[in-house]
Design a protein around this ligand. Structure first.
Ligand code: ADP
Length: 264
């Protein structure tokens, strides 16, 4: 709702009337506003690494290249920033494809237990932090019709976040339950958590609870927005529950294949 106020004033300077016109911001205006905000965000996200690179390159050009201790450092910074921009542009391209529905899901029927274990294994093998993994997957095997690459990307993103925000000695928990033909997957951490009022916003494009901190960890702010698009394209839902100071759980749902399926 937006309000326009006009003050009716006589020459004396006394206010003797007030007209308020209230009207809904139309759907179109809302879309325009979101688009403007999106463009502003993209510009900002690209300008920041470009500005950093520009000043480091300038310093190198002005003589820092001769300094054997400083130069490799400065080059490292420009490399990190380039890598970030590539990630950002790739994420943007992916979102734009999804917006224009210019993509196909390559659906396969997959044993979800096996699929999930393999992704967790990959993280467990390569993690460098002191974080324990706890798997609470059912013994019984369930099958889902998914695009395995897309779903891998979703789960990768959630696990990377869980690790990013896990404290030293923390535990990341993995599980899923099945009820009424739906599977509910959960990945939780005991990290810093997210303030209640922001929990739903983490799936918005470029939303970060702590912008500076999230950027310093190399994120683009688009990972969960992409995850939401992908889960919704599979007919599922994704959401978060979090308690500040205690941790965060990300949930998503998928339809499970009927039990007596020919695939089993
Ligand atoms: P980013 O690239 O910043 O990680 P995401 O879309 O993946 O972008 O996440 C958006 C924001 O949600 C993050 O910047 C962070 O503030 C918050 N967030 C996501 N996962 C967690 C988590 N497990 N614990 C705490 N905060 C999280």
């Amino acid at each position: 709702l937006r309000a326009n106020f006009s003050v009716i004033q006589k020459e004396t300077g006394f206010v003797n009337g007030l007209i308020a016109v209230l009207h809904d911001i139309t759907e179109q205006e809302k879309i325009d506003m979101e688009r403007r905000e999106f463009v502003a965000n993209v510009s900002h996200e690209l300008r920041t690494p470009l500005t950093t690179m520009s000043s480091y390159l300038e310093a190198l050009a002005e003589g820092a290249w001769k300094d054997e201790t400083i130069a490799p450092n400065f080059l490292q910074v420009t490399q990190t920033e380039t890598a970030r921009m590539i990630r950002l542009v790739n994420d943007l391209l992916q979102l734009s494809k999804m917006d224009s529905r210019d993509y196909d899901l390559t659906i396969e029927v997959v044993n979800f237990n096996q699929f999930f274990h393999r992704i967790i294994d990959r993280f467990e093998m390569s993690k460098s932090q002191n974080v324990a993994f706890s798997r609470m997957l059912p013994e019984k095997e369930y099958f889902v019709a998914i695009d395995p690459d897309k779903l891998t990307q979703v789960i990768d993103n959630i696990i990377s976040n869980a690790l990013k925000y896990s404290p030293d000695g923390g535990t990341v928990r993995f599980g899923f339950t099945v009820k009424d033909g739906f599977m509910q997957v959960m990945i939780s951490d005991d990290g810093m958590g997210i303030p209640k009022e922001n929990v739903d916003r983490i799936f918005d494009r470029f939303y970060r609870v702590d912008r500076a901190r999230a950027r310093s960890m190399g994120g683009t702010g688009l990972g969960l927005a992409i995850a939401r698009e992908m889960i919704e394209a599979h007919g599922g839902r994704i959401w978060a529950e979090s308690e500040e100071g205690y941790g965060t759980t990300i949930f998503f749902t998928l339809m499970v294949e009927p039990e007596e399926s020919e695939w089993e």
